[in-house]
Write a protein that binds this ligand. Sequence first.
Ligand code: S6P
Ligand code: ZN
Length: 193
Amino acid sequence: MSAIQPLNLIVDIASGRLEPATTVVTRRLSDMRGMYADAAAEAALIERDDSVVYKVFQYDVPEETGQLFVCTTVLEPGRVGDEYFMTKGHYHRVRDRAEVYYGLRGEGQVVLMTEDGRCSSVELRPGAVAYVPPCYAHRTVNTGTGELVFLAVYPGDAGHDYESIERSGFSARVLEYNGSPTLVEQEPSGGSR
Ligand code: S6P
Ligand code: ZN
């Protein structure tokens, strides 16, 4: 295993930034083309200002068994039609690698899906820990009016499988229904990239 020195990482809760961060990923609506249910609303928003949906601040470690990646996500509030802003979502490439999310600011849900397409969701808010068990796809949804900020910790050798989600999507979506966030079962549909 590669040696890595002990260190402190600091989360600035106001901005959601992790310091130091060695990788910063920014995802705009156009990076998620085809992932929202309402294709016309998605296209109109991309045309209008292609806003940032989320940023990830990560401290990189060797991608090896025994190491742990630490990162924060700042997910903006907003909707595409009735569907709340969300992350792309993924399985871990090594399927049996679990993950822990810790809510720091804002409110939302983590949508979890088994490989045979059964979806459920757990809450994410300040102080809430969302446990992502091995083998579950996971996607985060911001159901609040402000940014959703959370910390994630996951194994160094987990990797990411985005392709399965781009191909088949999630079998449920979080939509605003009668003014409240509701997990709605859907026919799976993927992205178009
Ligand atoms: C990584 C972990 C999170 C997500 C982040 C963005 O395993 O689950 O840090 O990367 O919330 O989501 P996504 O689906 O674009 O990676
Ligand atoms: Zn993950």
